[in-house]
Design a protein around this ligand. Structure first.
Ligand code: AHG
Ligand code: MN
Ligand code: MN
Length: 335
């Protein structure tokens, strides 16, 4: 017989002695996720499936649910008294909610990740991270991932989970539909150093640099190749779902800068996609790199900056970094 989980998110934050302002923001983020989960369930009946007919700062089509999820996070978290700035994938500018004072909080959000999966009813998620204003009047939101106070995601799948780290250890809470509470179900999420599973969008193969090409070739060669073991491949097109799988059973996720996206820096966004996931993966014992640099050490130059992302089981990231040292990127600029 299994014992039902009884530690709710609020009790966990108290027990972990999380600063009350930060704890209150985390509870607002979790509350936003439950509202987004409800919107997703009702979308077909509310005419919320499909495009909003607008594009975001990235030039990507916004889905109605991207816009709705952004509004939910902005409004729900905007009530947290210590929140000074809201940085979202869906908004060109940083939203300032108050005059920043030292210690105030900055929230980075990808309100709906994997939104190309909405029409096909596959898992999507919300990614978040929190950092801190350094001094009274300081409007610089460009903090390194290393300096984040916490990071996590909600995944909307067969069940809704809220996964979070404050830098040491990663925990997961499952939304209990019977009372609407997030309950601790995954007390210690770890990324094993070894894996035989990789995730990459291989339709981009012709654009890859030599190190990525070599790494994937070695995986595909399996037990007959230099790695001497067979590999499995999974790609969901929702980073949240791929990272959740890696935090559950290990693996490696690659969205490298390549010949066609290098001019933009890569595809995934540093401050609200790559850094939160790198922060989680490292807190769970894994590693995250661009191939040549630790993601969490990058000094952001812009809040919508994109970056090359390789993260997951540490032995695989080590192999990828090694390959980048053997075959330095030719820095070919895409046309
Ligand atoms: P978003 O829906 O927030 O724009 O993010 C989508 C991202 C990420 O979740 C996923 O890993 C990747 O884009 C999928 O890219 P491809 O379409 O190239 O597979
Ligand atoms: Mn995303
Ligand atoms: Mn998104």
């Amino acid at each position: 017989m299994t014992i039902p989980p009884d530690t709710e998110l609020g009790a966990y934050l108290l027990q972990r002695k999380v600063d009350p302002d930060l704890a209150s923001l985390v509870e607002s983020i979790a509350a936003s996720a439950t509202v987004v989960a409800d919107h997703l369930k009702e979308a077909a009946f509310q005419n919320h499936i499909g495009s909003a007919g607008t594009t975001n700062i990235q030039g990507e089509d916004q889905k109605l649910l991207d816009v709705l999820a952004d509004r939910v996070f902005r409004e729900t978290c905007g009530d947290a008294t210590s929140l000074a700035a809201y940085v979202s994938e869906e908004a060109e500018e940083v939203t300032w909610l108050k005059a920043p004072a030292a210690g105030d909080l900055i929230l980075y959000v990808d309100p709906l990740d994997g939104s190309s999966n909405l029409e096909v009813n596959l898992s999507v998620g919300s990614i978040f991270a929190v950092s801190q204003v350094q001094a009274d009047g300081d409007t610089n939101v460009l903090r390194k991932g290393r300096d984040y106070l916490c990071a996590g995601y909600a995944i909307y799948g067969p069940s809704t989970l809220f996964v979070i780290t404050f830098g040491l250890g990663v925990v997961g809470f499952t939304l209990d539909p019977s009372d609407g509470q997030f309950k601790l179900t995954n007390a210690q999420m770890r990324v094993p150093p070894e894996t035989n599973e990789f995730a990459v969008n291989s339709s981009r193969q012709r654009f890859w640099d030599e190190p990525i090409r070599r790494y994937v070739d070695e995986c595909l060669a399996g037990s007959a190749g230099p790695r001497g073991q067979d590999f499995n491949m999974r790609w969901t097109a929702s980073m949240v779902a791929d990272v959740h799988r890696i935090l559950t059973r290990g693996g490696v996720f690659l969205y490298p800068a390549d010949e066609s996206n290098r001019r933009a820096g890569g595809k995934l966004r540093l401050m609200y996609e790559a850094n939160p996931m790198a922060f989680l993966i490292e807190a769970a014992g894994g590693a995250a790199s661009t191939g040549t640099e630790d993601i969490l050490r990058i000094q952001p130059q812009a809040h919508h900056q994109r970056v090359s992302v390789l993260l997951g089981s540490s032995n695989e990231i080590e192999r990828l970094v090694q390959l980048h040292q053997i075959h330095p990127s030719q820095e070919k600029i895409g046309s």
